[in-house]
Each structure stands twice: as C-alpha cells, then as structure tokens.
Write a protein that binds this ligand. Structure first.
Ligand code: ATP
Ligand code: PAU
Length: 321
C-alpha cells in the first residue's frame, strides 16, 4: 500500500493516512467478520456504524495483531537467551482522549476484534475511572469539581496495578467506578488474571507527572512506561462538546431517572435546562481538563485516530518506529 508522506512540511514523527488510504489496508486483513459477529459488535453501541468497523477497526486490529505477535516473539527470544521460561506477561494497550470522545466505545470494539485472533484470545479491559479517589476523599480535599483532573486520581495505585500486571502476577485487582452513583463502588473489583492483552482506557493514561509545586512528590515512573502500544482518540472540541451534551440528554431520560443516580435531580429538568447544565459542566470541568491536561499528551501516542462528524474516523496517524 502506498503511504502518503508529506514532504512539504517539516519532519513529522507520524505517517498520516486519509480514511480512504487506511481503509485500503483492510485488504491485507484476514479473519473477515461473520454476519453474527457484526451484529454482536453493533450490540456494543447501536449508534456505531458497521462500515466504521470494517474500514477503520479491522485494519487496526490487523496492525495490533502484528505488533502483539512481534512482542510475543521477542519475549520468546529473551527466554531462550535466559534459558528459562518467564511468567506470561500481558501486552498492554493504552487508550487516551477527552471525556466523551468515545474511548470506552473504541476500547470495547478493539477488545472484541483482538479477541478473535488465535495468538491472543483473552483481552481484558480496564478503565482508569476505577482509580479516581472516592467522592469522600475528593470532598475532603476540596476537589470535587476537579474529577478527571490529574489530582483526582490515585496515580500511585494505578502504577502499582500496572507494575503487578507487567510482572506476570497471576491475579491483580483493580477498583471499580460507577457512572450511576458517580463514585467508587467499594464492594466491587475487577480481577485481571494474566490475559494475553490488557486495554487500559482513560483521560489520564498518557499523562506525565508535573513538578506541581507544594509538597507534591514528583514520580519518576509514568503510567505509559507500562504500555506496549498507545492510542489517542482525537476530535475537534466542537464535536466532543456536542457528543458530551447529547450523552447528557440521553442520560436525563435513562440513567438519571434511577433514584440511585447521583444526577437524579437532573431528570426533572427540561431539555433546555439539562442542555444548559451539560454545557456548563462541559465548559467548567471537561473542556478545561481537555485543554490543560489531555490534549498536550496527544503527541505521546503511537497512533492517533481523528474523528469528525458522527464519530467517523477521518484520519489515522501512525508513529514511525
Ligand atoms: N464510534 C462511535 N459511533 C457512534 N457513537 C459513538 C462512537 N463512540 C462513542 N459514541 C458515543 O459518544 C458518547 C461518548 O462515548 P464513550 O462513552 O465511549 O466516551 P468516553 O470517551 O469513554 O467517555 P468518558 O471519558 O466520559 O467515559 C456516547 O454517547 C457514545 O454512545
Ligand atoms: C469520570 C470521568 C472523569 C472520566 O471518565 C468523567 O466521566 C467525569 O465524571 N468528569 C467530571 C465532570 C462530569 O460529570 O462530566
């Protein structure tokens, strides 16, 4: 396949593909999807278009399959050199991007596609939401309005989790967050048992610790140090804002109606009032976080998926190795 390299501009660490160029790479993708599998994938998110799976995510699963295979071979070589078999170590993929850009949907599609390959059938999905500090702690620190910002996460715990996964521990536990109660669920946990691949999804996965100031200790290990591959889901802010507000309005008619919902009181708002509320939360919290802490991490990703209207991926950028 012909790769378009822009020679007019200064050197870019990325190879850039238009949607058409990327779609053409699909020809090299074995394992075509059966009708049943397509229907199952559609079930993950009924707004998800099937051409999107075929044009964008199938070639991506092929690329990831090749990368995982290469890493598995490298690990065999290392074991041969050392003369013993080491523990099985999962391949870790990080997925970053703004709140509401579609990270969890992307992660679920990639999980479903990757688990179809024979050399890595077991793919676990973990979200960094579980590593948010509980509301009681956010309130104690006076940062309840900073949920999603770097200081709202227990990053040390997230790093320990990844270190345990990468050291081949047979069972590693991750905490669970509920979007319904808007808080950590203390009685729930995820157990990661040496899968072939772990996908870690969250706004903060490519962030590096800043010196901060005050007494905050500077860590010298980054979350992304544990990644074998990373993806940034990108879109212009006007689209992401629209998707956030759309989701907020859908939740008003669904999850917010549940008396257990943290936002239950919002279910009584009119559409106009709810839109205004969603816009305010977007502007004051999520857009700010995007500009200050998330967007600056884009250049650290190995692959950038750029979405346009209707969540359609318009451009794919792959870092040259
Ligand atoms: N590829 C897609 N096609 C159509 N709709 C999508 C797609 N991806 C996401 N969406 C919709 O966009 C909204 C945000 O998606 P999602 O919940 O996956 O985002 P997120 O980045 O994981 O958000 P958060 O950080 O808040 O958890 C949802 O309403 C979802 O249904
Ligand atoms: C949990 C996060 C930070 C990320 O998924 C996000 O969904 C969130 O709750 N942001 C805080 C502001 C809001 O409620 O949208």
């Amino acid at each position: 396949m012909h790769q378009k390299v822009n020679t007019n501009r200064s050197f870019s660490p990325y190879i850039t593909f238009s949607r058409e160029e990327w779609r053409n790479l699909r020809a090299a993708t074995p394992l075509p999807l059966t009708e049943t599998e397509l229907i199952q994938l559609h079930g993950l998110n009924e707004r998800f278009s099937l051409s999107e799976v075929e044009d964008i995510y199938l070639p991506l699963s092929r690329l990831l399959n090749l990368y995982v295979g290469a890493t598995q071979n490298l690990s065999k070589v290392t074991h041969a050199f050392l003369g013993h078999l080491g523990a099985k170590v999962p391949y870790i993929i990080g997925i970053a991007g703004s709140v509401a850009v579609g990270k969890s949907t992307t992660a679920r599609i990639i999980q479903a596609l990757l688990s179809r390959w024979p050399n890595h059938p077991k793919v676990d999905l973990v979200t960094t939401d579980g590593f948010l500090l509980p509301n009681s702690e956010l309130e104690r620190r006076g940062i309840m309005h900073r949920k999603g910002f770097p200081e709202s996460y227990d990053t040390r715990r997230l790093i320990h989790f990844l270190a345990d996964v990468k050291s081949g521990k047979p069972e590693v536990i991750a905490p669970v967050y509920s979007h319904l109660t808007y808080d950590i669920v203390p009685e729930e946990q995820i157990v990661v048992r040496q899968p072939d691949i772990v996908i870690l999804e969250g706004v903060n996965v490519l962030q590096t610790p800043r010196s901060g100031g005050g007494s905050r200790r500077v860590q010298n290990v980054f979350v992304s140090d544990f990644f074998d591959f990373s993806i940034y889901v990108d879109a212009e802010e006007r689209f992401i804002r629209e998707w956030y507000i759309e989701r907020f309005l859908t939740l008003r008619e669904t999850a917010f109606r549940d008396a257990k919902s943290y936002f239950h009181r919002f279910s009584r708002l009119t559409v106009a009032e709810a839109s205004e509320m969603g816009e305010r939360i977007w502007e004051e919290i999520n857009a700010k976080n995007l500009k200050e802490n998330i967007l600056p991490t884009k250049a650290r990703a190995q692959l950038i998926l750029k979405k346009g209207d209707q969540h359609m991926v318009e451009q794919v950028q792959l870092r040259r190795l």
